[in-house]
Design a protein around this ligand. Structure first.
Ligand code: SF4
Length: 449
């Protein structure tokens, strides 16, 4: 039981059933069911904040949510406000000690992730019994969906070589190894013989089956825009206006207005998903390992904005990304763009990346230095340990989505006493070895970090 429960729950429970109390920026919002079991909301805040109120006490102001006022049962809202008012001193103390607890959002269902080469091999395997590439592709998809269980999103990952070498990506490491070079040779051969997914008709069959099941399709990969049959790929997507479509990748090709127009015209396009590591061109280019990438990406984003295409930006929180994070968020705010910050949870193939892990104390300082811009600009913080986020931003933390290839996350000794442990993703495996419990601060009941 927290301090708020101890102070108020008992008095209020005479007439109402408290559901929750949370902070929303400068306001505290109390939600409760009244004696007619109608859900009601009362807000309270420090009265120095100028805002229309229902009642002002010595230090606080109170109001009810106008949209619910019409449903207020008799005088229950004035009564609740009266109780809060009489408990003002305790309430002020509780507000000062309040620690934001992230809401445990339901983790969305993991996507079904299908790599181009894996699909090619599986389709060839079932081809003798299915007698057509299209039928074989549908069988492979059905089997994969059955194994994956419930999913909303099928991701087709084209392995066309990417021009970038992002510091958080395993692909540049794999492609230089013998097995990676073999895969590239095999794909090149398939493309030349037009036996690849797109030319063979397999991709179209997959898109048709995904549309028929009303699933989302994400076309992704190292860089799908570099596919030798990209024109044919786009024509296929045009033929399925009913499929909910996202296009994910470096997106540099949209620096061509012609190419940007081409995707903007896709009837089912929901969003383009891409990564911006820094507003500083040199820093961004260094993190993605490609000179000139920042300039091309910004041109691409401007083209897409001009064409009113929805863009979802993300930034991977490596240690280097923290250096320019405040400037990046200011830049985004000026442009009215938003971003999702993702914890850097390294893929196993990356090897030792301890120097790239962001220490939680540095992460927290970088976000703190970005307030107020961070509040408007950061859409969510995915997989970021809660204590690495300033209190005011903790409501935007979401749990990390786990995948087979990613190293697991883990918890330190500090976490045993932490009250947000169940709403926290922990730190990447390897963090404790590289940095110990640096920056990990248990959040305790009634206290702050
Ligand atoms: S102390 Fe551990 S459980 Fe608590 S917020 Fe930090 S990492 Fe998460």
């Amino acid at each position: 039981m927290n301090e708020f429960d101890a102070v108020l729950q008992n008095c209020l429970s005479e007439r109402v059933r408290v559901e929750s109390v949370r902070r929303e920026n400068e306001l505290f919002v109390l939600r409760f069911h009244d004696d007619a079991d109608v859900l009601q909301c009362v807000e309270f805040w420090d009265k120095s904040l100028e805002r229309k109120s229902f009642r002002i006490s010595r230090r606080l102001a109170f109001a009810y949510r106008p949209n619910l006022a019409s449903r207020a049962h008799e005088d229950v809202i004035p009564w609740v406000i009266g109780v809060l008012d009489r408990k003002e001193e305790r309430l002020v103390a509780w507000m000062a000690a309040y620690v934001e607890t992230p809401s445990v959002r339901p983790v969305s269902r993991p996507p079904l992730f299908l790599r181009e080469t894996w699909l090619g091999v599986r389709i060839l395997r079932v081809l003798p019994r299915s007698r057509s590439v299209a039928r074989a592709a549908q069988i492979v998809l059905n089997e994969a969906l059955e194994q994956a269980g419930q999913t909303d999103d099928v991701q087709i990952y084209f392995e066309t070589r990417c021009a970038q070498s992002c510091e958080f990506c395993e692909e540049p490491r794999i492609r230089d190894k013998l097995s990676g070079r073999t895969v590239t040779r095999l794909l090149t051969l398939q493309h030349e013989l037009t036996l690849d997914l797109v030319s063979s008709g397999a991709f179209e069959a997959l898109v048709a089956a995904i549309a028929a099941r009303d699933l989302r399709l994400t076309v992704t990969g190292h860089d799908w825009t570099g596919h030798p049959h990209v024109e044919r790929l786009l024509r296929i997507l045009e033929r399925y206006p009913g499929v909910r479509l996202r296009l994910q990748g470096p997106s540099l090709a949209f620096d061509s207005l012609e190419m940007a127009r081409r995707v903007a015209a896709l009837p089912a396009l929901e969003a383009i998903v891409t990564t911006l590591q820094s507003s500083d061109p040199a820093e961004h280019d260094a993190m993605v390992g490609a000179r000139g990438a920042h300039a091309r990406l910004v041109r691409a984003l401007e083209n897409l904005e001009l064409l009113k295409v929805r863009v979802q930006l993300s930034l991977v929180l490596t240690r280097r990304a923290l250096r320019s994070l405040p400037a990046t968020l200011r830049y985004l705010k000026e442009r009215a763009w938003t971003i999702e910050l993702s914890a850097f949870v390294p893929d196993q193939a990356l090897g030792d990346v301890s120097d790239k892990l962001a220490p939680l104390d540095e992460l927290r300082r970088a976000i703190e230095a970005s307030i107020p811009e961070a509040r408007d600009t950061i859409r969510s913080l995915v997989g970021v340990p809660v204590c690495g986020v300033p209190e005011i931003m903790r409501g935007k933390v979401a749990l990390v989505l786990r995948t087979d290839k990613r190293a697991a996350t883990q918890f330190g000794t500090e976490c045993a006493d932490c009250r947000v442990r169940l709403a926290c993703s922990g730190v990447p495996a390897g963090y404790l070895r590289a940095l110990g419990t640096r920056g990990m601060v248990a959040l305790r009941v009634g206290g702050s970090t």
